[in-house]
Write a protein that binds this ligand. Sequence first.
Ligand SMILES: *Cc1c(COP(=O)(O)O)cnc(C)c1O
Length: 353
Amino acid sequence: MINVTKTFLPPQEVYQAILKRAWDKVWITNRGALVKELEKKIQAYLQSVPLLTMTNGTLPLQIAIKALGLQGEIITTPFSYVATTSTISWEGCTPVFVDIHPHYLTIDETKIEAAITPKTTAILATHVFGNPCAIKEIEAIAIKHNLKVIYDAAHCFGVQYKGESIFNFGDVSTCSFHATKLFHTGEGGAAFCNDALLFEKLFYHHNFGHKGKEDFQGVGINGKMSELQAAMGLAVMPYIDDIIKHRKAAVAFYKDHLSQFETIKIREETQWNYSYFPLIFDTEAQLLQVQQKLNTQDIFPRRYFYPSLNTLPYVSHTDMPISESISKRVLCLPLSHDITDDQQRIVIKAIAG
Ligand SMILES: *Cc1c(COP(=O)(O)O)cnc(C)c1O
């Protein structure tokens, strides 16, 4: 069976040697040594602003909305994983969708201003498939209209934009370390933030508001990463360059053999991480046919991202013609740290005949 992705598992001895440190201390959560070491190592590897690890990649989005005190309407993209939208609704705000760019697949910055109302408080945009949004333009709009900016950078581990980490942009950027993501801790995630005061708020919120054992600084929730998760992250970390290298070669192979098909256009000045290989078909019928053909051969690409999030049952529907059209026609092909040429050839044959 070949899936859309395959979790990279480090050698078990490597994981166990790191776990042993938690065993020896009998300390498996509440920001132990492994969590702190992982945060340092990630920041050094990415050359990013400080980060706070959490137990998944959805909580940092929710906590960012809470910490920024957002209410009312949040402008967002309809082409992302459901967590981007559900988080906004979960926090009692209203998602207001703006359609996407047809080639970059990120929110169309030229359409953002038209969606701003007196109730708008923020923009929550996704660097989808690790492709940066139009960061400079979005920042200018945010400054002009006094809006906060959160980037859902769940797909972005290792991405650099204009020579620096993609996580350095926005008031808060978030990442997911879910097992299906490029870098993972099983379940896990992080919030990146360069503002010390805001970082402190994120910190309190993610740990029940604890300020010491008996004092509380506002309301909080439990978003803490455990030592067991951090151990996995520390075990995966040394392999990340090799993981990206293999994926880069696999993407080049797909591109060579499927050049007649459309795929995502990576924004200029981006050092990409090869996190996904989305193929955009001319029609949904064509996609379904290819998907079926692959499924019968035990190959399971995924319809990332379908459906377009403006059609979710709990949001008020507005037409997003580009996102709706692309989400019906996009299929992410199998891509992993160890996919072989032969496996890719089978996929390519099923698509291109
Ligand atoms: C994976 C993902 C998330 C959620 O991350 P989890 O770690 O699964 O909670 C959020 N946004 C996007 C775009 C994602 O792909």
